[in-house]
Design a protein around this ligand. Structure first.
Ligand SMILES: Nc1ncnc2c1ncn2[C@@H]1O[C@H](COP(=O)(O)OP(=O)(O)OP(=O)(O)O)[C@@H](O)[C@H]1O
Length: 358
């Protein structure tokens, strides 16, 4: 089989290469370069390349360094800035997977391969209807299917997740036993490709600063100032600079640059049970029929190891989808994705964008 392996210099994708070779495959390694605008790259880039070059020599694999810099900035960054400007909470990682790693990569290079392998903690499963579904990883703490909730059936059918059946500790163990140079390298944090820069600095660079009021939701009292609503997300607890907390961001008025907050540990205002969804996207179709709605599902409204449970309903006339959670959800932020799973938390079925109340 002709396999392209996406390698980042991290331990997960290095073990992917090791496992593919163990199976007798001969993958071609691809490192995707994005880099920051203006300064041409980040400091870990050279180390990444060194590690991937080492891997390619050790395993005798072809290695290509490719750039999707322009595509990333035109698509992922534009979407991110545009969402933040509108007061929404974007998810650049999901867009990066959909448009960059499995979108433009496929268009330019992946098309020449039978399969694309990555170090994501995820799996694929053949459903009872014989369709290929994205499914959750063996390591429930590391599961990354949330970030893959926007990819499509074609992409899923071409993906290989060679470490999806392993625990992270097993991956590290393999790396140590195999003496991979990155065996003890720290996991990358934060936003895909932007992980190394501070999110707030990034936003500031594009949207600047503009002082506005922080208002207590219940009393209408101004209790502080912020530097721009775009630095704050609904559900956020830290970084408000207010005393007498905990304070939570419960809402925003983007026209007037106002942040609303609520005080206390378990105040009702922080919670909601209904998540109206826009642009519901099912990766490989659904395992149920039109007349089955509302259906019982598991879901995540952010990347956490825990699932919530609820029902997914579809409006008969408009076709609009909504999630109804069994228990109250903290910090429902418009713009964020809700990713839908089957009740057994095995199949990752798709995702919709959380929108404001209909
Ligand atoms: N710069 C890159 N070039 C090519 N593939 C990449 C790059 N960054 C990430 N990937 C692919 O996407 C997968 C998931 O990336 P993510 O950033 O979530 O994980 P990671 O912790 O960096 O994983 P790893 O330990 O492999 O670096 C990686 O395992 C790899 O297959």
């Amino acid at each position: 089989m002709n396999i392209a392996a996406l390698v980042s210099g991290g331990v997960d994708s290095a073990v992917v290469v090791h496992r593919l070779k163990e199976r007798g495959e001969d993958p071609t390694l691809f490192y995707i370069r994005i880099g920051m605008e203006g300064d041409g790259g980040d400091c870990s880039f050279e180390e990444d390349i060194e590690i991937v070059t080492w891997l390619s020599h050790k395993y005798g694999c072809r290695f290509e360094e490719v750039s999707l810099h322009k595509e990333y900035w035109e698509h992922v960054i534009e979407y991110t800035i545009d969402s933040v400007k509108r007061g929404l909470t974007p998810n650049p990682d999901m867009m990066c997977n959909k448009l960059i790693k499995f979108g433009f990569f496929e268009k330019y290079w992946g098309k020449d391969f039978d399969k694309i392998a990555t170090g994501h903690y995820a799996n694929t499963t053949i459903g009872p209807d014989n369709r290929i579904y994205l499914s959750t990883a063996a390591d429930k703490q590391k599961d990354q299917t949330y970030f893959l909730g926007q990819i499509n059936a074609l992409q899923v059918s071409k993906l290989l997740f060679p470490i999806g059946d392993l625990q992270k500790s097993e991956v590290r163990q393999i790396a140590i036993e195999t003496k991979l140079p990155n065996a003890r390298r720290r996991d990358s944090q934060g936003i895909c490709f932007l992980g190394k820069i501070n999110y707030n600095d990034f936003i500031k660079r594009y949207l600047g600063e503009k002082k506005g009021a922080i208002i207590e939701l219940e009393t209408g009292r101004k209790i502080g100032e912020h530097n721009g609503f775009w630095f704050h997300t609904i559900g956020q607890r830290k970084g408000l600079g207010l005393s007498g907390g905990p304070w939570y961001v419960t809402g925003k008025n983007t026209d007037e640059n106002i942040i609303y907050v609520s005080n206390g540990y378990e105040t009702e205002k922080q919670y909601g049970k209904v998540l109206p969804l826009d642009g519901m996207h099912f990766i490989s179709g659904t395992p149920w029929n039109e007349h089955d709605y509302p259906v019982e599902v598991a879901f995540k409204n952010r990347h956490t190891p825990e699932f919530s449970r609820g029902t997914l309903s579809r409006h008969e006339l408009t076709g609009a989808y909504s999630l109804h959670s069994e228990s109250p959800i903290q910090g429902i932020a418009p713009g964020q994705f809700a990713v839908i799973y089957d009740r057994e938390q095995r199949l990752c079925l798709g995702s919709g964008v959380i929108t404001t109340e209909r």
